[in-house]
Design a protein around this ligand. Structure first.
Ligand SMILES: [Zn+2]
Length: 309
């Protein structure tokens, strides 16, 4: 076969795979792992997260604060609100874990933005740090908001969240799903956020097992071969010592992992600057949502193949 024939075959293959991708229904699974320090994830035994990294784009220097505004603390309330709304704290108004200044009616959870264009798309949220469910989540057709309690509560409640999510992911017609895990942060506060702390590392590895079960559920779906799943993994902050407050200039707190995985993603390390607010923009892009200027999103789609971006 000559070079020209090979080139023609290559073009046909690329065109047909693009066509197939376009025909598949789009789905997003966003996984949030609280207080996930990057060097700890690197050192932990996490085969399922590693597989998602290998099948996508990633960076370990995603910033939890933007350049425009840095007056909120480096803690969970503002972090998860930025993750879920796609805007920074000067807009969404959450500066601490009291959620007092929230402007969620004006800058809502991204499920709301999705449903403006696709009211029939079903959404699901599974969270065991209750304030996020209480103050930030809305427009979730399946809504599991648990309140982890007791010592080591998040270990038990993360499993409950994962179990509930697995059932829905395997059986229901969901387009956008968010699953939150809190045991990493809890163990970091109790024992230390560091790769040398066994309890913290074990918490990361347990979350990885949940991620594996979530992915097995996705792959077991009846129509999986006609679906195009984008999986996003990120965090709200890292940690140092037994905390993560006032971490504006501390890379172990301020830098987090951002992984975007699936058939529609480019592969390898992301080289451009990546910010936590890019998650919503990326999810909406994959779901073919036309972003409206009035939403004032602060992020941009990242890690998707050129045709998707
Ligand atoms: Zn947190």
């Amino acid at each position: 076969m000559n070079r020209k024939s090979l080139a023609i075959i290559a073009v046909i293959c690329i065109c047909s795979s693009v066509l197939q991708a376009a025909e598949r229904t789009k789905h997003v699974l966003a996984i949030g792992i609280d207080g996930l320090r990057t060097d700890a994830l690197d050192a932990a035994n996490t085969p399922h997260i590693d597989a998602l990294k290998a099948n996508g784009s990633y960076t370990n220097v995603c910033k939890i604060l933007g350049t425009r505004y840095q007056k909120n603390d480096t803690i969970s309330g503002p972090g998860w609100t930025s993750y879920l709304t796609g805007v920074w704290a000067d807009k969404h108004g959450v500066h601490d874990n009291e959620f007092g200044g929230r402007r969620i009616d004006r800058y809502p959870h991204f499920f709301n933005l999705l449903k403006q264009q696709y009211p029939d798309y079903r959404t699901a949220s599974f969270i065991d740090w209750y304030p996020i469910d209480k103050y930030i989540v809305s427009q979730a057709d399946v809504r599991v908001g648990l309140e982890a309690h007791g010592s080591d509560g998040y270990t038990q409640f993360d499993k409950k969240c994962a179990d509930r999510a697995i059932k829905v992911l395997a059986e229901e017609d969901v387009r956008a799903t968010m699953v939150y895990f809190g045991a990493t942060d809890e163990n970091g506060h109790r024992f230390g956020f560091h790769p040398a702390v066994p309890q913290y590392m074990k918490a990361i590895e347990t979350v990885d097992q949940h991620v594996g079960r979530l992915m097995a559920a996705v792959k077991s779906r009846r129509n999986y071969d006609r679906e195009d799943w984008l999986v996003l993994i990120s965090s709200d902050h890292g940690g140092e010592g037994k905390g993560h407050g006032s971490g504006h200039k501390l890379p172990n707190i301020h830098n987090i992992y951002f992984i975007v995985s699936g058939e529609s993603t480019a592969k390898g390390k992301l080289t451009q600057p990546i910010y936590l607010v890019d998650l919503v923009a990326t999810a909406l892009k994959h779901l073919d949502v036309k972003v409206q200027a009035e939403w004032q999103l602060d992020g941009k789609p990242v890690g998707l193949l050129p045709g998707q971006q």
